[in-house]
Design a binder for this molecule. Structure first.
Ligand code: CMP
Length: 151
């Protein structure tokens, strides 16, 4: 089990609907550790960088417009297989396909308003983390409970 870092964004719908605490609580309860956290308003330029791989998709423009429409909470989570663990906790991209018990199934109905984003693989996580955080904004530390999470 490799210790990984992943980028999570609580999107404008998550912030506007007052779900930030519940989203973070699920990741924390799972055992992932917060390495970095901030509230910010994503600029058009940053959104274009973030969603560059979707540039030619039909949903690109609306997705960029939406993610820049209101503040978001961005965080880096750290832990064993953090990328896959966080994605499982988020559920499928389309909330209608997500399993009950996941964030997207429990809080959402629409693929364009799917509450939170999570990096999909290691290279993406490294690229996305660098877009939102300076290295000195990320902290590695042990929590008292960490020894009770992994054998
Ligand atoms: P996210 O994980 O942030 O990555 C790309 C985003 O594009 C996705 O979540 C959705 O919010 C948004 N999106 C809108 N329509 C689609 C679609 N048809 N397929 C995939 N992503 C979509």
């Amino acid at each position: 089990m490799a210790i990984e870092r992943t980028l999570i964004i609580v999107k404008p719908d998550g912030v506007q609907r007052g779900l930030v605490g519940q989203v973070i609580a699920r990741f924390e309860a799972r055992g992932l550790r917060i390495a970095g956290l901030k509230l910010m308003h994503i600029s058009r330029e940053l959104a274009e960088q973030h969603y560059a791989e979707h540039k030619h998709k039909p949903f690109y423009e609306s997705t960029v417009k939406y993610i820049t429409s209101s503040p978001v909470v961005v965080m880096v989570l750290e832990g064993p297989d953090a990328i896959a663990a966080a994605r499982a906790t988020l559920g499928a991209t389309n909330p209608l396909n997500a399993q009950p018990g996941t964030i997207r199934a429990d809080f959402g109905l629409n693929i364009s308003r799917n509450i939170a984003h999570g990096s999909d693989k290691l290279e993406t996580a490294e690229r996305e983390i660098a877009l939102y955080f300076k290295p000195e904004e990320l902290l590695s530390y042990q929590r008292a409970g960490d020894v009770w999470l992994i054998e």
